[in-house]
Design a protein around this ligand. Structure first.
Ligand SMILES: NC(=O)c1ccc[n+]([C@@H]2O[C@H](COP(=O)([O-])OP(=O)(O)OC[C@H]3O[C@@H](n4cnc5c(N)ncnc54)[C@H](OP(=O)(O)O)[C@@H]3O)[C@@H](O)[C@H]2O)c1
Length: 323
């Protein structure tokens, strides 16, 4: 086991979990079942991944075949951008619960701070193809609706994803419940150290998405550096008899960052879990921290090379705002 942290809600959360973005319907059920068999207890899901029914089938089978109980698992899901209106939040959560076959979620996140137009079209567009935004609902108003889900017992802990420090501060000021985590892109090329320190001071954990550098992202270009092929990382991995993936995951848990690598490959699911039998020295930890690049962010919705959502008033990644 790679350890766990205690969230500010009082619940324990494993430092390592399985990601499920782009895990296809025919593959994710077996992946989740296998993950439970090899010892994963945390699974990161989202309504927008379109696979929560199959994830739920994998959870049910995994529990049945291993005897692992619901209360031993830690299941996270996320509220999509079209469901930010306070009147839509509970329904969206109930749909996720029903798809996953669960009575409660361990953690529910606002997937992005900026809302799209309400409705069942997950990417609502105008006739000219532009994405339709909803700007009248603030991220904090959506947060207050998430707090009600805790009161109703539908979710145990609540948190954020892709929020910047100003947006987090607004929630801390106006909310009753503190966010437990902020799930953001985080890997050695984009280490989020300023946001990590800021969140640590507020009692919020960083949950690292795309920890392997999201090599499967559809918009990757051949000239972009590939984290898993970085020669310096390959050297560190060789010295430990480990893979680069294992080294970058180990680096995160040693800095108390929760990490959720995605895989549907049974061998790689095991490989990513096998990170508790070695330790990175402080020199190695610092070396990995030095790989940060100002242009290291790779997960940002883009159309024709431009930020798709950058003109939304609640879009989190802003020029001139460090974190
Ligand atoms: N909140 C958000 O906005 C947000 C955004 C992105 C991601 N996420 C979450 O974070 C999770 C992880 O991020 P991600 O899926 O973007 O990327 P990732 O975990 O960095 O990388 C996943 C990719 O790496 C491959 N892979 C997995 N283990 C490997 C290994 N040991 N060696 C070589 N390749 C390996 C996977 O392929 P195989 O499946 O074939 O092994 C897959 O193509 C997501 O699945 C999702 O749950 C959240």
């Amino acid at each position: 086991m790679s350890g766990a942290v205690t969230l500010n809600s009082g619940f324990s959360m494993p430092l390592l979990g399985l990601g499920t973005w782009q895990s296809k319907a025919g593959e994710v059920e077996a992946a989740v079942k296998h993950a439970i068999k090899v010892g994963y207890r945390s699974i990161d899901c989202a309504a927008i991944y379109g696979n929560e029914t199959e994830v739920g089938a994998g959870l049910a089978q995994g529990m049945k075949e291993t005897g692992v109980k619901r209360e031993d698992l830690f299941i996270t899901s996320k509220l999509w951008n079209t469901k930010h209106h306070p009147d839509d939040v509970e329904g969206a959560c109930q749909k996720t619960l029903s798809d996953l076959g669960l009575a409660y979620l361990d953690l529910y996140l606002i997937h992005w701070p900026h809302a799209f137009r309400r409705g069942d079209d997950v990417f609502p567009k105008s006739e000219d193809g532009a994405l339709l935004f909803e700007t009248s609902v603030t991220p904090t108003e959506t947060w207050l609706a998430l707090e009600k889900l805790v009161e109703k017992g539908l979710v145990r802990s609540i948190g954020l994803s892709n929020f910047n420090s100003l947006q987090i501060n607004d929630i801390l000021e106006k909310g009753k419940i503190k966010p437990c985590v902020n799930q953001v892109e985080c890997h050695p090329y984009f280490n989020q150290e300023p946001l990590r320190k800021f969140c640590e001071e507020k009692g919020i954990f960083i949950m690292a998405y795309s920890p392997l550098g999201a090599p499967q992202r559809p918009w990757a270009t051949p000239d972009e550096p590939k984290l898993l092929e970085d020669p310096k990382l390959m050297e560190i991995a060789k010295n430990h008899g480990k893979t680069v993936a294992q080294v970058v995951l180990r680096w995160q848990i040693q800095r108390q960052v929760i990490v959720i690598p995605k895989s549907v490959n049974l061998n790689r699911i095991e490989e990513n879990f096998s990170i508790s039998d070695f330790t990175l020295s402080s020199e190695n930890m610092e070396l990995l921290a030095s790989f940060h690049r100002a242009d290291g962010r790779v997960v940002e919705p883009r159309v024709n090379g431009k930020s798709r959502d950058g003109h939304h008033p609640h879009y989190p990644f802003r020029d001139g705002l460090e974190f």
